[in-house]
Design a binder for this molecule. Structure first.
Ligand SMILES: Nc1ncnc2c1ncn2[C@@H]1O[C@H](COP(=O)(O)OP(=O)(O)O)[C@@H](O)[C@H]1O
Ligand SMILES: CC(=O)N[C@@H](CCC(=O)OP(=O)(O)O)C(=O)O
Length: 288
């Protein structure tokens, strides 16, 4: 048990971080375990509400890949992935929008129950995310898989200024108003850049970037952007981690101050990162 003094010291430790980030924007990519497990879900939402109450502006972009796969399975539609992206035909796109819409409102409802003021948006609202068709390797057709062509952040800025927490589903609008399915990490990176966020936090299901994937204690707590190509080349960063670090690199190059890949299985991972001296996970930083 913590003594009263230890509890007070924890609160005092947070003070410089509250001062540093008050008024700043932090974009959080919410996904993985933290989105499925109800205790973790509640912990993440509590962190977001707490942030908002101390003057920080959290902006949430959520995933939902496993839930989309689950619903497609129920409907007898097989999921196929190319380079980690779900090949999306018209009927898959309908399911993607349906599932993400439901998840979006669940997140908003939980935020609101905890005293926040969550507002659910998709990239289609006010043309927040203009998408373009994304082709696979060798110009392979992946249907309605999109890439971010443009972010129009005015709606987010308005909503944030009025005290709401925007929660964004990763669906974009094509030139004819059609829907595109965009990887949620990519959307989070693009939104963080458009908002010139102070931090981008990506929640995942591992400790962060490990120097040796079979050794959980080999966490690389800070990586510089220029070190990343070699880590990929040497096979240290692989698979699903590649798009995440690429997102971080693009965000840093686009003006985001720091980016973090955190273990969403740790309760209150966001609070530990933002408000404590030690932080957790991997921080990807520019060379300055
Ligand atoms: N160096 C590394 N350190 C940690 N994880 C890595 C590394 N290289 C590849 N990975 C893999 O990346 C995965 C995270 O990507 P992904 O499964 O797409 O995450 P999410 O489902 O959270 O979007 C990890 O579970 C791990 O298998
Ligand atoms: C094109 C593409 O693959 N889109 C993703 C969108 C959701 C997502 O990215 O969810 P996670 O963050 O949970 O993986 C998909 O259909 O699964």
């Amino acid at each position: 048990m913590l003594t009263a003094l230890e509890k007070a010291e924890i609160l005092v430790e947070a003070l410089p971080y509250i001062k540093k980030f008050s008024g700043k924007t932090i974009v959080i990519k919410y996904g993985g375990h933290a989105m499925i497990n109800s205790r973790l879900k509640q912990a993440v939402m509590t962190d977001l509400v707490l942030m908002k109450y101390v003057g920080i502006n959290p902006v949430v972009v959520h995933g939902g890949g496993p839930a989309i796969t689950g619903m497609l399975q129920k409907l007898g539609i097989e999921s196929r992935f190319v380079n980690g992206l779900r090949v999306t035909d018209a009927s898959t796109m309908e399911v993607v929008e349906m599932v993400l819409g439901k998840l979006n409102k669940e997140i908003v409802a939980l935020l609101n129950r905890l005293g926040g003021r969550g507002v659910g948006l998709s990239g289609k609202d006010a043309n927040l995310i203009i998408a373009a068709k994304k082709l696979g390797k060798d110009r392979q057709d992946m249907g309605f898989v999109g890439q971010v062509a443009q972010v129009n952040p005015q709606l987010i800025e308005t909503v944030v200024k009025e005290g709401y927490i925007p929660v964004i589903a990763p669906v974009g609008s094509g030139p004819a108003g059609e829907s595109y399915n965009i990887n949620a990490d990519t959307v989070a990176g693009a939104v963080a850049t458009a908002l010139q966020a102070d931090k981008l936090i990506i929640l995942t299901d591992v400790e962060g970037i490990l120097a040796d994937r079979s050794d959980q204690t080999s966490l690389l707590s800070t990586i510089k952007v220029e070190e990343i190509p070699a880590l990929i080349e040497r096979g240290i960063i692989q698979g699903g981690m590649i798009p995440k670090v690429e997102c971080c690199v693009n965000a840093i190059k686009g003006g985001v101050t720091t980016t973090h890949i955190l273990d969403g299985r740790v309760p209150h991972a966001i609070l530990l990162e933002v408000f404590t001296d030690k932080g957790i996970g991997t921080m990807v930083v520019g060379d300055k």
